[in-house]
Ligand binder design. Structure first.
Ligand code: NAD
Length: 262
């Protein structure tokens, strides 16, 4: 076991209210590419912005084209060792919650309770109208697209439909942000897993934790702007770094386990 993993175990051991912030990096080992790693196709062809989606038919077509290739990867993806390690933290009764930038649903698939997960950027498992907000299953919308619709609109109000995710240029709903901030406020350790910490408002959350003196652990392959403030940095794959830490915690007897589970 590396020294830095031992350091992380030592730091995390007294914690009872861990909050994990996860980004696209936690799901790359499940086969879903992130945007910011070197060589990403997104660096050559940036994702469609919300403003373009609403105002330009060609941007909506590009959106659905990109989604077609990404949807296969997301639909077939299974949780990896890092997702399961976070589910184990919840089972141990020491995870307050997960705030995720991901929309792939893999934390739920790994076994974390939906009520302990804040999906900052929404979910690609549901569809939503950009005008009235009406939701439907993504499966239903996909059937319409597969049947030949190129620019699907809401059957209730005629607004443009898309996945229930946040596009670049779109605001995270205030209610979601409030939950994420409240969770962060309650934590006694903040754990970042697979996030570049370059996307706001997610990037502001570890700063909030630091301001209330919660220790910060960052597991990320690339450097982040908060590395200098972190108590421990693990520059390793999440699926390699996280399981031994959680396995070591599993050996600890937690007297507050039932209480922590709520
Ligand atoms: P990001 O800015 O959080 O960057 C991902 C980070 O993860 C990078 O810094 C990279 O070094 C790191 N990383 C990659 N693989 C890793 C691994 N195995 N272990 C540890 N770290 C690893 O995210 P992004 O890629 O720029 O995406 C921006 C936004 O796009 C996300 O916030 C999300 O909303 C969305 N997105 C979601 C998914 C998903 O749901 N799986 C995938 C791609 C993008």
């Amino acid at each position: 076991m590396s020294d830095v993993i031992e350091l992380a175990i030592e730091l995390i051991q007294p914690s009872r209210r861990i909050v994990a912030l996860t980004g696209a990096g936690i799901s790359t080992e499940s086969g879903i590419p992130d945007f910011r790693s070197p060589g990403s196709v997104w660096l050559q062809q940036p994702p469609v912005s919300y403003q373009d989606f609403i105002s330009k038919p060609e941007a909506r077509q590009q959106y659905w084209q990109t989604r077609r290739s990404l949807a296969g990867q997301v639909a077939g993806a299974k949780p990896n060792a890092a997702h399961y390690a976070l589910a184990e933290l919840e089972r141990l009764g020491i995870l307050l919650g997960i705030i995720t930038q991901n929309f792939d649903g893999l934390h739920q698939d790994a076994g974390n309770s939906p009520e302990r997960i804040v999906e900052l950027h929404g979910t690609s498992r549901e569809a939503a109208c950009t005008l009235c907000g009406a939701r439907s299953s993504m499966q239903q919308l996909q059937q319409r697209i597969d049947a030949g619709e190129i620019d699907p609109t809401c059957s209730l109000c005629g607004g443009y439909m898309k996945t229930a995710t946040i596009l670049f240029g779109q605001r995270v709903p205030e209610i979601v942000l409030t939950r994420a901030r409240a969770m962060t406020d309650e934590c006694d350790l903040f754990l970042v897993v697979g996030s570049s910490l370059q996307v706001t408002p997610a990037a502001a959350l570890p700063r909030l934790a630091l301001m209330k003196d919660a220790p910060l652990i960052i597991i990320n392959l690339q450097p982040t702007p908060l590395d200098d403030y972190a108590d421990v940095i693990l520059r390793e794959k999440a699926g390699v770094a996280l399981p031994p830490i959680v396995a070591a915690l599993s050996q600890v007897e937690y007297p507050l386990q039932e209480e922590g589970k709520q």
